[in-house]
Structures are given as structure tokens and as C-alpha cells.
Unconditional design. Structure first.
Length: 156
């Protein structure tokens, strides 16, 4: 199979970078360097292994699962367990504030809320991507929304 061209890599990068950055940024609670490192590693993996996708939706779904797995693996490593990650709010704008609050949610709520509200995936699609029962996604979204509401009220 032929290798990716520079143009193909750039197009793939442009299609996915914002989404990948937001997901990895949430896992590392605002640590930009770790978020960028995990994305770089993921793209190197795709290029080195010449991973091909059926279409853009397949590509997007693959990247979501892969970035989630890479972030979780990095967080599990022993040398990472004792490091307290810094969290700082990027700006005072409402939208930035909400995504920052999403980043503060427990891990099981972050990705479902992000995928549902920011990437417009349905609960069925999220359940398939995360390999959990659909009802679990509904529970995560419900609990996550309740936590977000409390967090928003506390900020006022």
C-alpha cells in the first residue's frame, strides 16, 4: 500500500486536530504540552503504520477511540500517577468557561459530554465508540449535566 503524501497528511491533520486537541486537553486537565504530545504520537502512529480509513466518518471514529486510549494509557503510567496536573481557565468568555468546566468533570463524563454536545454524536454512536451500553451513556450525560449545572451556579 502506498504511503501517505504530505498533502493527505495535512488534510487528515486539518480535519481532526481541533477535535483531538479538545479531547486530549480534557484528559490532561489543561496541560497543553501533554495534549500536544499525545496527538503527535497518534499521528506518527498513523503515518508509520500507514493506517487507512474507509471514509471520513471512519477516520473520525478511529481517532476518537485512539486518542482516548492513548490518553488513558499515559495517565495510567506510574510516573504520571503522582503528578498533579495544573488547571487554569483560558478566558472569561462563556463558551471557554463551559469547556473548562467540562474538563473538571470526572473522566467518565468528560468524553460523552464532549462527543454529544461538541461533536454532535448520538448516544447510540457514543456507546459504540466507547464500547459501553447505551443506557450508561444516558446516565453519564445526565450526571455530567447535573454536575455542570452545580459548577456553573458556584461560579456566579
Amino acid at each position: 500500500m502506498k504511503k501517505y503524501t504530505d498533502k493527505e497528511i495535512k488534510e487528515m491533520y486539518d480535519r481532526n486536530i481541533d477535535m483531538l486537541y479538545r479531547i486530549s486537553y480534557t484528559y490532561f486537565q489543561g496541560d497543553k504540552a501533554k495534549a500536544e504530545d499525545v496527538i503527535q504520537d497518534l499521528f506518527l502512529k498513523v503515518i508509520d503504520k500507514n493506517i487507512r480509513f474507509e471514509n471520513n466518518e471512519h477516520e473520525k471514529a478511529w481517532f476518537i477511540v485512539a486518542i482516548r486510549n492513548q490518553c488513558k494509557n499515559l495517565l495510567k503510567r506510574k510516573w504520571n500517577e503522582d503528578v498533579e496536573l495544573d488547571f487554569d481557565i483560558a478566558s472569561n468568555e462563556q463558551e471557554d468557561n463551559i469547556i473548562d468546566l467540562v474538563m473538571q468533570l470526572p473522566n467518565e463524563y468528560k468524553l460523552p459530554i464532549y462527543l454529544f454536545y461538541y461533536e454532535n454524536y448520538s448516544c447510540i454512536e457514543i456507546a459504540k465508540i466507547l464500547n459501553v451500553p447505551e443506557n450508561t451513556i444516558y446516565s453519564y450525560l445526565n450526571r455530567g449535566r447535573k454536575k455542570l449545572k452545580i459548577m456553573i451556579e458556584e461560579e456566579k
